[in-house]
Design a protein around this ligand. Structure first.
Ligand code: URA
Length: 217
C-alpha cells in the first residue's frame, strides 16, 4: 500500500457527512442499476457542492424585505466555472449546477492511454475571461492522477484565480500525484480508498464510473 505524503493529505478535504457516505455506499454496490447510480451521483454531487463552495466570496447588497431595507450577502455564481473531465465528469454537473445555477461550465477531454496510463487531450472548451474565474474541476474518480493533473496544468495556462478538484473517490496514489504536480490544488472527496490496481482502477472503488453513469458496460 502506498502511504499518503503528509503534506498531500493536508490538501484533502474528506466530506464525511452521513448522507454523503450513505449514498456513496449505495453507489459502490455492484447491483446498483444505471438509473439509481446516476440519481445517487446527482444527489451526492449537490451535497458535495456545499462543501466545495464553502469559501466562495459573498458581496453585501441592499435589498428590500416586505418589512424593511436590509444589507444581505450574495454570491456571484457567474464567477465560478465547473470544468468537467469528459466523460464521467458530466455525471457530476447536474448536481452541482442545481446548487449554483449561475455557474459557467467548461469541458476538457482527456483519455488514458491504456498502455502508459498517461493523459492525452482531445477536447478543450472554456468560457471567456478565465482569469476572472474560480475553477472547480469535477471527475468522479481521482485514480492515477494523470488525467486530473494534466487537466489542471492545461487550465492553469488560462490563468484562473483558483482551482479546486472535486471527486467522489480517490486513493493514496491519486492524492500524491496531484500534490507532486499541483501542491496548490485542494481535493474534495467523499472517500480515500485503499489502492490502485495494475489497470489503474481504485480498490475497493466502484468500478468504471463512466460505464456505470452511461450504462456502457
Ligand atoms: N476511473 C474509473 O472510472 N474507475 C476507477 O476505479 C479508476 C478510474
Amino acid at each position: 500500500m502506498t502511504p499518503i505524503i503528509p503534506e498531500a493529505r493536508a490538501n484533502v478535504r474528506l466530506i464525511d457527512h452521513p448522507l454523503v457516505q450513505h449514498k456513496l455506499t449505495l453507489m459502490r454496490k455492484k447491483e446498483a442499476s444505471t438509473n439509481s447510480f446516476r440519481r445517487l451521483l446527482n444527489e451526492l454531487s449537490s451535497l458535495m457542492a456545499y462543501e466545495v463552495t464553502r469559501d466562495m466570496v459573498t458581496q453585501e447588497v441592499e435589498i428590500q424585505t416586505p418589512l424593511e431595507t436590509m444589507t444581505a450577502r450574495m454570491i456571484d455564481g457567474k464567477k465560478l466555472v465547473f470544468v468537467s473531465i469528459l466523460r464521467a465528469g458530466n455525471g457530476i454537473l447536474d448536481g452541482v449546477l442545481s446548487v449554483v445555477p449561475g455557474a459557467r461550465v467548461g469541458h476538457i477531454g482527456l483519455y488514458r492511454d491504456p498502455k502508459t496510463l498517461e493523459a492525452v487531450e482531445y477536447y478543450f472548451k472554456m468560457p471567456k475571461n478565465m482569469e476572472e474565474r474560480d475553477i472547480i474541476v469535477v471527475d468522479p474518480m481521482l485514480a492515477t492522477g494523470n488525467s486530473a493533473a494534466a487537466a489542471v496544468a492545461r487550465l492553469k495556462v488560462c490563468g484562473p484565480k483558483s482551482i479546486k478538484f472535486l471527486c467522489l473517490l480517490t486513493c493514496p496514489e491519486g492524492i500524491n500525484a496531484m500534490y507532486r504536480q499541483h501542491p496548490d490544488v485542494q481535493i474534495f472527496t467523499a472517500a480515500i480508498d485503499r489502492e490502485l490496481n495494475d489497470h489503474g482502477y481504485i480498490l475497493p472503488g466502484l468500478g468504471d464510473a463512466g460505464d456505470r453513469i452511461f450504462g456502457t458496460q
